[in-house]
Design a protein around this ligand. Sequence first.
Ligand SMILES: Cc1cc2c(cc1C)N(C[C@H](O)[C@H](O)[C@H](O)COP(=O)(O)O)c1[nH]c(=O)[nH]c(=O)c1N2
Length: 239
Amino acid sequence: MAEHRVGADHAFSEAQRDGLYRAIHERRDVRAQFLPDPVPTEVLARLLDAAHHAPSVGFMQPWDFLVIDSLAVRERVHRLFLRENAKAAEHYAGDRGETYRRLKLEGILESPLNLCITCDRTRGGEHVLGRNSIVETDLFSTCLAVQNLWLAARAEGIGVGWVSILDQEELAEVLGLPEQVYPLAYLCLGYVSEFLEQPELARSGWRQRLPLAELVHGNGWGEPLADEALQEALAGERS
Ligand SMILES: Cc1cc2c(cc1C)N(C[C@H](O)[C@H](O)[C@H](O)COP(=O)(O)O)c1[nH]c(=O)[nH]c(=O)c1N2
C-alpha cells in the first residue's frame, strides 16, 4: 500500500510552494529602484483581485482601492510627505539623524502608479460578525489585502513601497475620502531596476532582522519550546 503523507492531497506541488515562498522572501519595500514603465492594465487588475481575495472579519471586505496615476495628485501627496518627514527627522540627532536624512523613504513621483487602499469602518453595518470585541479587526483585514497585493506584485516582477509618513487627515482630504473611510495604506507601484536582497533599512545599517528563534515562545511568554527540534530548526532559518 502506498505510504500516506498527511496533507498530500491538499498541498501545492513543490514548484508552486517554492514560488510562494520565493514571493514571501524576495518581496521588498521598494523606494529607490522604480522604473517609469507603466503597469499593464491586466496586471493591475490581477493585483487588485489578489487584494480583494484577502480574509476579512465577518467577510466585511472593508477595502476600496484608489488608483492614482495623476501627477498632480501625486505631487500633492509628495508635499504632504516632505512636511511629515521633516517632522519625523527631528526625532533623530547626531549620526542617527544624518543616517535618517539619507534614507529614501518613498517613491511617490518616480513610480508610475500610486494606490491608496482604504478601510471603510462602517461597511457591513452596525454589527459585523467577529468584530464585537476587537473593533480594529477591520483595519487588520485591510492590512491583509495590502499584503496579498504586495506578494502578488512580487510574483509579477512589480515593486511596492508603503509610505506611511503622511498625515492621514490631510491625505484623506487630498483624496476626497468620505468621513468613515480611513486611508490605511498609501502605496507606490512599478517595475524596478532590481529587488534588493535585504531590506533597505538592513542594508543601510538602520536595523537588522531579529533572530526568529528568540521570538518564538512555548506555552507562555518566555517559556522554552517543548519541541527542541523546532527550536533548532528555527535557529537555522535564514537571517
Ligand atoms: C505599515 C508599514 C508602513 C511602512 C512600511 C512598512 C509597513 C508594513 N515601510 C516599509 C518598511 O520599512 C519595510 O517593510 C521594512 O524595512 C522591511 O523591509 P522589506 O519590506 O522586507 O523590504 C515604509 N518604508 C518607507 O520607506 N517609508 C514608509 O513610510 C514606510 N512605512
